[in-house]
Design a protein around this ligand. Structure first.
Ligand code: ADP
Ligand code: MG
Length: 736
């Protein structure tokens, strides 16, 4: 097999130190990783960046001109502060602050232009770049002045440790090595089709996206690379789908008088129309010998778990076993309890629902493993511990994965190895997924939607509690909680961190300590200010216990550092009504079901994503009592952070929120580098914008695979797909 220049290791080409930095900061290992790091946008030397548009709290690179420079002594310490004001030529200014670097004054003469980079903050009404770095343009008069001013300068997603211009130089080093790289579009499109779409040869597109001489260059390069990306992705997903369908599954047809029928007859309510419809789709799928791969999406509380349980019963009726995977131990334990309750004692005796998690005591675990291997446990519930090798089944017929976003695509496949015939797979998600996202992230699955909620839900009221304008509202929040408790109800309080001293955050909160500190005020005086502290579970518990309005209430902490026994007993006590307020991290995000809990307070709500907030809210208003969600934030008005929180407070429609989320995210990406630290699944494609392109690429890919299922005649496409799948193992569609 010939070795693509894209797979060459970076260290030989760019030097060990740079290669180490690229690996550490961006996770890059190969030339393909590096040249696949595309510019976020382009600037020119002749045009200054409008600073009014730069997003707060993001690492940005802007083209600007030095307006003035001033040096002064620090107030509290020895040393000096150099303040450099930059202008964007249309009245906007942004300030760089350097401590004890007075020598830079010579460098940064008023009138000099360059690229300036840093994290955008606001301090006393002025914009600041924290941790600033810059590269000035040299005034080389020999050059064609006009071309020089107009040449697009690539601005890369960068971090404070690896600047955009460093990236440009490093990429320039490796570009000569990829001139002969194979083109994934060879044999896919004819010359005429290529010309019609204005697509460049692949190697040329890779060069021009990084080193354009005019705007037209990078536009064509970007269009080409976008098409390639969509094609490779869709081909990979379609191939995976075909591969899954090429295996055999054991058919699990419905029986007339089995356990499912018994269960349905005893059900205290009628299924909603959507539950019936989706149930029928699943029943048909698992009756066939092609393995089912189906995604069911539906709002929290729409009755997905019930639909899944009915499918599990249908499988049990044919003698098979079903597995239900939950993202956390707390949820697995809760699923077991609610499954036992819904089934009732008689069906429980027949089905022996069994919990298998990583933290079970050894003896108990051994017994559980035995029951699974012997086929006695018809329903097994657990966490990813179930993916481990020592878990065996007698006749595994169905795998249900609850809350897909915590499980990778690859993990679905691991489970397939556990059955002789491939088990049917059902994925449940409460995160609403727009059509194009479904096509992109779950292109190998069939999709069913449950839109209807069961009747009799009392509804949820949501508010954004904006402390920036109304610092006094915090005490009102606790009063509201006290009022709800006085009605006999219960409350959740969610914090982004476990513990303020260490700023340790919980698994799955999706935030690391460095982002947690990102709210630190920048600029003058910041050397004296403490960084903003995130609300932490252990602190808040103490604080609430000391509040007079909550006197006599039982308030407990729940987070990922507790043992699973502790977590479990707290959840149980909460479910039984013995605890009034649970102060938790996002361990309670998904699936926790306590109908008497009416109130959800989220502290530092801007630290959570839109879908996370929506999920959290879904924990209340589940029973007959009306829900109340209070999203507390000190984010400033008109910031993306604040908009996210307000968007969630403004609507209960998850699909609408998914759309807003995508929009706000891509907006934040325009100048910034939010994803710079990790590799996002999509490079140049945007699911909001490129739906048509994605659909078109899917058709083209389907055509190719129909004629050449093994892609024997399309080696470059094959290679690109393999590379793509390797990468998606590292990350897919970000952490969301
Ligand atoms: P999801 O998994 O979608 O969040 P669940 O299946 O856990 O939803 O259902 C939420 C609650 O609603 C459960 O207590 C369940 O028993 C109940 N439920 C499910 N379907 C119906 C229905 N058709 N009518 C009334 N209640 C229902
Ligand atoms: Mg559920």
């Amino acid at each position: 097999m010939n070795h693509s220049p894209l797979d060459a290791k970076l260290d030989a080409l760019v030097g060990g130190k740079t290669a180490t930095a690229l690996a550490k900061v961006f996770g890059m290992k190969t030339v393909g990783d590096l040249v696949g790091h595309f510019p976020r946008r382009y600037a020119t030397r002749g045009e200054l960046t409008a600073v009014a548009d730069v997003p707060l709290d993001e690492n940005v690179s802007i083209v600007a001109e030095v307006l003035d420079v001033r040096s002064r002594p620090m107030r509290a310490k020895r040393g000096s502060i150099l303040e450099v004001r930059l202008t964007d030529g249309s009245g906007g200014t942004i300030t760089l602050t350097f401590f004890n670097q007075a020598w830079r004054e010579r460098d940064l003469a008023p009138g000099s232009r360059g690229i300036f980079a840093g994290k955008v903050g606001r301090y006393r009404g002025t914009l600041q770049l924290a941790h600033p770095d810059y590269e000035l343009f040299d005034d080389d008069t020999e050059r064609d002045a006009e071309a020089w001013a107009k040449q697009p300068l690539p601005l890369y997603p960068a971090t404070s440790t690896f600047s955009s211009w460093q990236m440009a130089k490093t990429i320039a080093l490796v570009l000569p090595t990829i001139e002969g790289v194979d083109d994934p579009l060879d044999g896919v499109l004819t010359e005429a089709q290529r010309a019609e779409r204005g697509l460049l040869p692949f190697a040329e597109a890779l060069r021009l996206v990084h080193q354009p001489t005019e705007e037209r260059d990078w536009q064509r390069a970007r269009d080409t690379l976008r098409f390639v990306e969509a094609l490779v992705l869709q081909a990979a997903l379609l191939e995976r789908r075909a591969e899954a369908r090429s295996h055999r599954a054991t058919p699990r047809p419905a029986t007339d008088a089995g356990m499912l029928a018994q269960f349905d007859a005893a059900l205290p309510f009628t299924l909603t129309g959507d539950q019936t419809q989706v149930g029928a789709e699943i029943a048909a799928d698992i009756s066939a010998d092609i393995p089912m791969s189906r995604l069911v999406q539906g709002e929290v509380g729409s009755g997905k778990t019930l639909v899944a349980l009915r499918a599990m019963l249908q499988v049990a009726d044919t003698g098979g076993q079903a597995v239900l995977l939950a993202p956390t131990e707390v949820l697995a334990a809760q699923h077991l309890r609610s499954v036992e309750k819904v089934l009732g004692p008689e069906l429980c005796a027949l089905l022996a629902p069994t919990l298998i998690t990583g933290q079970l005591p050894v003896a108990q675990k051994r017994a559980a493993l035995l029951r699974a291997a012997a086929g006695q446990a018809r329903i097994v519930i657990g966490t990813h511990a179930l993916l481990q090798d020592n878990v065996q089944f007698f006749d595994l017929g169905l795998v249900v994965i609850d809350e897909q976003h915590r499980f990778g695509v690859e993990q679905r496949h691991l489970l397939h190895a556990k059955a002789e015939n491939v088990p049917h797979t059902l994925v449940l998600t409460a995160t609403p997924i727009p059509r194009t996202v479904a096509m992109t992230a779950f292109g190998d699955l069939d999709v069913s939607v449950i839109r209807e909620l069961p009747a009799g839900r009392a509804g949820i009221t949501s508010h954004c509690v904006a402390l920036a304008e109304h610092p006094g509202w915090m005490s009102r929040v606790w009063e509201r909680v006290a009022e709800e408790l006085a009605l006999g109800r219960q409350a959740f309080v969610v914090c982004p961190a476990i513990d303020a001293a260490t700023l340790e955050e919980d698994d799955g909160s999706g935030i690391d300590a460095s982002t947690a500190l990102a709210g630190a005020p920048a600029g003058e005086g910041s050397e004296e200010d403490a960084p903003k502290r995130l609300s932490a579970v252990t602190d808040v518990v103490e604080q609430l216990r000391a509040l007079p309005v909550l006197a006599g209430r039982r308030i407990e902490a729940l987070h990922g550092r507790l043992s699973s026994d502790e977590k479990d007993s707290i959840m149980r006590a909460f479910a039984d009504g013995d605890i009034d307020v649970v102060v938790a991290t996002t361990v309670i995000e998904v699936g926790v079901d306590v109908p008497n809990a009416s109130t959800m307070v989220v502290l530092d709500a801007d630290r959570f994503g839109v879908s996370q907030l929506h999920q959290l809210r879904g924990r209340v208003g589940r029973g007959g009592v009306p829900g109340l969600a209070l999203f507390v934030t000190d984010a400033e008005p008109d910031t993306v952070a604040r908009e996210r929180v307000e968007a969630v407070a403004a609507t209960l429609d998850g699909f609408e929120l998914a759309r807003i989320d995508l929009e706000l995210r891509s907006e934040g990406d325009v100048l910034g580098a939010r994803q710079s630290g990790g590799r996002s699944g999509l490079r140049l494609l945007r699911v909001t914008r490129d739906g048509d392109l994605i659909a078109e690429a899917r058709d083209v890919a389907a055509g190719i695979l129909a004629d050449d299922p093994k892609l024997a005649a399309h080696p470059a496409l094959r290679e690109a797909m393999t590379r793509r799948l390797d990468e998606s193992e590292r990350a897919f569609l970000d952490k969301n």
